[in-house]
Ligand binder design. Structure first.
Ligand SMILES: [Zn+2]
Ligand SMILES: [Zn+2]
Length: 278
């Protein structure tokens, strides 16, 4: 039996003799099946062909995969008062990577923004010594490999530590969430880690919120207004997106507020020819 991994999205499935017929994550309208059809790999194959990349991304240590595999997200190691939180997750776990992370102090808990990054979360949680995995309960149907280590949290917020709080930001997925925490070196500096819940745009001075990023399907105005309310009073200097370097550094809460305003303008009935106010 193998825990097959989808080549397009990187999601690892429960043990089975044969690969699943379809990937539920990729057949959902937020994603896409590979242009040459559904393909599967195994963790052993992945280990033979790829390496774990552990490097700083801004204020945090990032964990990703080289050469590129599936969605190119990177996890972040976030020091908090209860130990290190691994924010988001990836498909490949190696002994070398686990040793390197343990040398940095190990991981106390894994928390993931949304199902696209559930990836090999159970493989990671086991390898890191049986650490809990925190997922929002509104995405419970998207767990493809179950484990007693998975704990679903409910409601609008979950205080993980004195200096780290999970915030429910529904939009991209019903259970999409973000982690509010401190910068790893400058503790006075506040940071919001968002994965795809707030998607950093190419200019790295704005965010957007998409039902589907690759299929360019936006969320509606009620969702944007709801997100604005959920972030009311949350101050943050920097915002970290889903992958290496895709971050808003400096005045990020103002950048998010401006992004919500221009998003609502963009999806209004107003004629946009000539562009949006910047
Ligand atoms: Zn998939
Ligand atoms: Zn996503």
């Amino acid at each position: 039996m193998d825990c097959y991994i989808c080549v397009t999205c990187g999601t690892q499935y429960a043990p089975s003799l044969l690969p699943p017929d379809v990937c539920r994550v990729c057949t959902d309208d937020r994603q896409q099946v590979g242009w040459d059809g559904q393909h599967w790999t195994t963790h052993a194959e992945l280990t033979a062909r790829h390496h774990v990349r552990i490097e700083r991304d801004g204020a945090f240590v990032g964990v990703g995969i080289v050469e590129r595999f599936a969605i190119p997200q990177r996890a972040l190691l976030v020091p908090t008062s209860i130990g290190t939180v691994m924010w988001d997750c990836t498909s490949l776990v190696t002994a070398d990577a686990v040793d390197a992370i343990n040398e940095l102090g190990g991981v106390a808990v894994i928390a993931i923004s949304h199902p696209h990054f559930y990836s090999s979360m159970v493989e990671w949680a086991d390898a890191l010594g049986g650490v809990p995995i925190l997922l929002h309960s509104d995405d419970a149907d998207w767990v493809m490999r179950r484990s007693p280590l998975i704990q679903h949290w409910h409601g609008d917020r979950l205080a993980l530590a004195d200096d780290a709080t999970l915030i429910h930001l529904p939009g991209h997925f019903p259970g999409s969430s973000a982690l509010s925490c401190a910068d790893s070196t400058d503790h006075a500096r506040r940071v919001l880690l968002t994965g795809d819940s707030l998607h950093v745009t190419a200019d790295r001075r704005h965010i957007t919120v998409m039902h589907s990023v690759p299929n360019y399907l936006p969320v509606g105005p009620a969702t944007i207004r709801d997100l604005r309310r959920r972030l009311d009073g949350v101050a943050f200097d920097d915002l970290y997106g889903f992958t290496w370097g895709l971050n808003v550094i400096g005045d990020a809460d103002a950048a998010v507020a401006a992004s919500f305003d221009r998003y609502l303008s963009a999806i209004s009935d107003r004629d946009l020819i000539g562009g949006l106010p910047r």
